[in-house]
Design a protein around this ligand. Structure first.
Ligand code: AMP
Length: 283
């Protein structure tokens, strides 16, 4: 496994591989890897001739300095996990080189970025748009892998790649969970054991909605019931619970079994902000 820090080394190394038949997979991450990241990485390794994983805590996507500063950094651990997956290249950009100048150009996702996460994390998706665009230009993969755990991010990146004609396919990978249902997240490292038990309420609320909908309950009632579950869970502060249409992220208030629907949730446990979603798709 080759660890690459400079843009010139990345370009020259990858140029040795470019050919019509060679498939390159790419998994962008911010490190502090867990089984969720590893499922993306393993999928890329399986589906491609070679895989690049990047580790970069992108300052542009944090609206809160303490969130950025407290982001877990465990590089040695990450490198050994990536190596075990059979990855060929790890790109760890040097921030000084990557953002030699703060980008003037911005990626504006319009109304899509002003909803859900975008409403509560100002500038977050603009920062994600810039870092993903730069990484995709540098790596130029055939397939890029994103977790459906960050559903809004996946939908926005898919749209950006279509609008701006990036040649890669954007592949969404299902969320990996603990046995309690809690979605794996690098932020879970900041929770106590008790906090993790409380945090299982996010997935509990979503799975309850799924059961209720499949049993014929109306969407507004299922949402209200789930909100009540969140409210009675002490130690959990619900930020939002919304049912959305995945094409324009607008709110929806009815669901027909077999149609497409996403329910997104965000909230705080022990000061840590957590998100999750239920993504129902036609079979
Ligand atoms: P991050 O390091 O948080 O930027 O995440 C890197 C990638 O891993 C993103 O595409 C995330 O959506 C994905 N990811 C994070 N948590 C999970 C999870 N529990 N299951 C699947 N993918 C995940």
């Amino acid at each position: 496994m080759q660890t690459i820090e400079s843009i010139s080394e990345l370009r020259s190394t990858l140029s040795n591989h470019r050919s019509d038949s060679f498939q390159l997979g790419f998994v962008p991450t911010m490190g502090a890897l867990h089984e969720g990241h590893l499922s993306l990485i393993r999928r890329s390794v399986k589906e491609n001739d070679s895989t690049v994983v990047s580790i970069f805590v992108n300052p542009l996507q944090f609206d809160n300095v303490s969130d950025l500063e407290s982001y877990p950094k465990v590089l040695e651990e990450d490198l050994s996990l990536i190596k075990e997956c059979g990855v060929d290249y790890v790109f760890i950009p040097d921030e000084e080189e990557f953002y030699r100048e703060k980008p003037l150009v911005s990626v504006n996702f319009g109304a899509l970025a002003s909803r859900l996460e975008g409403k509560f994390r100002k500038g977050h998706f603009e920062g994600v748009g810039i870092v993903v665009s730069k990484l995709l230009h540098l790596v130029d993969p055939d397939g890029v892998y994103f977790g459906l755990k960050d559903l809004q991010q996946y939908l926005l990146i898919k749209r950006m790649c279509a609008d701006l004609s990036f040649r890669c396919e954007v592949i969404g990978v299902d969320t990996v969970r603990e046995s309690s249902g809690l979605a794996l997240s690098s932020r879970n490292r900041r929770l106590s054991d008790g906090g993790k038990e409380i945090a299982a309420v996010l997935s509990k609320a979503l799975f309850q909605i799924e059961d209720d909908l499949l049993n014929g309950m109306s969407l507004p009632l299922a949402l209200t019931k789930a909100q009540e579950l969140c409210q009675i869970t002490s130690g959990f502060d619900l930020e939002y619970l919304e049912a959305i249409n995945t094409s324009d992220l607008s709110n929806v208030d009815n669901y027909e079994i077999g149609s497409e629907l996403a329910v997104c949730i965000a909230g705080y446990v022990e000061g840590v902000r957590l998100i999750d979603n239920l993504y129902l798709r036609p079979k």
